[in-house]
Design a protein around this ligand. Structure first.
Ligand SMILES: Cc1cc2nc3c(=O)[nH]c(=O)nc-3n(C[C@H](O)[C@H](O)[C@H](O)COP(=O)(O)O)c2cc1C
Length: 187
């Protein structure tokens, strides 16, 4: 069965990302088109990149890299849950992405972002990163407003229209994850 990881990319204490990722996972889990798993970057305990060889050469040496590579390798597609830090993605998420390479390739991804402007600037940066790690990023996107989808910028209260935005994004991630299967099989 197609396996999709919902990746929670922020790590700070009190992060809003946790409630958002749980919401994505809860809705995704009701679907029957794929198996969904929630991955929390914070649980992998990454230091700043400490691999001596560039990840595209696949010579991983550290236990956290090997564990992350094995985990990511087991998925066909991803939903990145990301806040917006200084108009880009959290450093912790970028660091986690940078640790490995081949395990991302020829898969699909969608995005759920949040911020004062829906986290859209963060996702625009993330889409550029996706091209480099050979992930096909889907068009449909969930953009959560800190003003309208949270109370006091901290309690997550998404409107029903956000559930309706989640569905087409997941549809596209699953469809593209499946469509890229032959490419993964031949690489
Ligand atoms: C270091 C930092 C930089 C931020 N920069 C932005 C920003 O550029 N644009 C924005 O809309 N929100 C910004 N915010 C607010 C975040 O969008 C908001 O705190 C969000 O909840 C962060 O995700 P997290 O709670 O999962 O860490 C920033 C927050 C932090 C901690």
């Amino acid at each position: 069965m197609t396996r999709i990881a919902v990746i929670l990319g922020s790590t700070r204490p009190g992060r809003n990302g946790e409630a958002v990722a749980n919401w994505v996972f809860e809705h995704a889990s009701r679907r029957t088109d794929a198996e969904y798993v929630l991955l929390d970057v914070a649980e992998f305990g990454f230091p700043l990149l400490d691999e001596p060889v560039p990840p595209s050469r696949g010579q991983y040496t550290k236990p956290h890299t090997l564990s992350w590579a094995e985990t990511i390798d087991s998925f066909d597609g991803f939903v990145f849950v990301t806040g917006e830090y200084n108009h880009s993605i959290p450093g912790a998420l970028k660091n986690a992405i940078d640790f490995i390479y081949a395990e991302w390739n020829n898969k699909a991804a969608g995005f759920v972002s949040y911020g004062s402007a829906g986290g859209v600037r963060s996702v625009e940066h993330l889409r550029g990163v996706m091209a480099e790690i050979q992930i096909a990023d889907v068009r449909a996107q969930v953009m959560l407003s800190l003003f309208h989808d949270f109370e006091n910028f901290s309690t997550f209260t998404p409107g029903q229209h956000q559930v309706e935005a989640l569905t087409p994004m997941l549809d596209q991630v699953v469809a593209w994850s499946k469509a890229l299967e032959p490419l993964r099989a031949s690489s």
